[in-house]
Write a protein that binds this ligand. Structure first.
Ligand SMILES: [Zn+2]
Length: 334
């Protein structure tokens, strides 16, 4: 498969959620994919239905699946949706069928956030803290998060003269950046209006994914990429690996997919360990032992206009599309 010149990829970056969904559905239809849509919210204030759409193309009984999901963090879906639509336009259906596999593209897991330009869902829930595994409950938060609640979730927007920056620097000095990042981002279930709130129940989006993911991701070999934007250096990406993985696995991933692999829970780098993340959930319920899940995190791709010199060395066509310059509208995502 050859990578098309940039000019052929224009027109894939949507102006809003509804346009993104139209482009995705059209591309799926043109490819002859099987399409499903699952309603998350409905109403005139949303311009109609807000849905999770799924396009499946391949053989009936696949030996492998490539799953690509977008928009778990709402507004980050601008990027993931563009990738999915571009991929649908480029992939050859017969190639997938001939190799006895299937492609599963899950579009806009958090359609409300995509629609409203928010990272969280309609109830301020970070869906990547809402996928609990057996034995976990929607309660609790770390003592340090409780201690820092007033700083993390101020009642009014911080003013430049009220010492917020000083407090931020003091907290970084007190805990170290790595620890502070872990405290803040690991998820909490006590402050419904706070950041990284994991919810008090299974969200509608989560319930839809939990009901269907094993029906979609079939075959002995599954590779699942869940696309995000925000963390890391602009124009660079990391593949974040959740769950328990051996060093052998991590070395294999690096060999196969390049050096940009980072294990969640590592003290270094951009990652942090979380409760309720999508990847750990999928791995925990997967019946196949060959389910490989990655959060593909692109650093601030949406924050500014792209640098002209952005380049991606990876052979995968998916990553090549990342070099395209999206609109700056999603800059609030991080
Ligand atoms: Zn994200």
């Amino acid at each position: 498969m050859t990578v098309p010149p940039k000019t052929e990829m224009l027109g894939i970056y949507p102006a809003n959620y509804h346009e993104a969904r139209d482009l995705f559905r059209q591309a799926a239809q043109d490819l002859g994919a099987h399409l499903e849509n699952h309603v998350v919210l409905s109403g005139a204030e949303y311009g109609g239905d807000l849905t999770i759409d799924v396009a499946v193309v391949g053989v009936e009984d696949p030996t492998w699946s490539l799953v690509v999901s977008s928009g778990l963090h709402g507004v980050e879906g601008f990027f993931g949706s563009a990738l999915q639509t571009a991929y649908l336009r480029q992939v050859q259906r017969q190639d997938v069928i001939d190799s006895k596999g299937q492609l599963v593209l899950i579009h806009a897991i958090n359609p409300f956030g995509f629609f409203a330009l928010r990272r969280v869902n309609e109830d301020n829930v970070d869906l990547n803290r809402n996928f609990l595994v057996t034995g976990e409950t929607y309660s609790g938060s770390s003592q340090l998060y409780k201690d820092l609640n007033g700083f993390l979730n101020p009642a009014s927007p911080p003013h430049r003269f009220d010492g917020y920056l000083v407090k931020a620097l003091w907290n970084i000095g007190r805990f170290g950046y790595s620890k502070l990042k872990q405290i803040v981002a690991e998820g909490q279930y006590d402050y419904p209006k706070g950041i990284f709130f994991g919810g008090h129940k299974t969200a509608q989006s989560t319930a839809i994914i939990e009901t269907h993911i094993l029906r979609w991701a079939r075959g002995r070999h599954v590779v699942h990429l869940d696309f995000h934007t925000g963390l890391g250096k602009r124009g660079k990406y990391k593949l974040l690996v959740p769950g328990k993985r051996s060093q052998t696995d991590l070395t294999y991933y690096s060999t196969f997919m390049g050096p940009e692999i980072e294990h969640l829970g590592s003290d270094r780098g951009i990652a942090y360990k979380t409760k309720g993340d999508f990847g750990q959930y999928v791995l925990s319920i997967s019946k196949t032992t060959d389910y490989h899940f990655f959060f593909a995190e692109f650093g601030n791709v949406f924050r500014h206009s792209c640098s002209q010199g952005a380049s991606y060395r990876e052979p995968s066509i998916l990553f090549q599309f990342a070099a395209q310059c999206p609109r700056a509208r999603a800059s609030r995502t991080t």
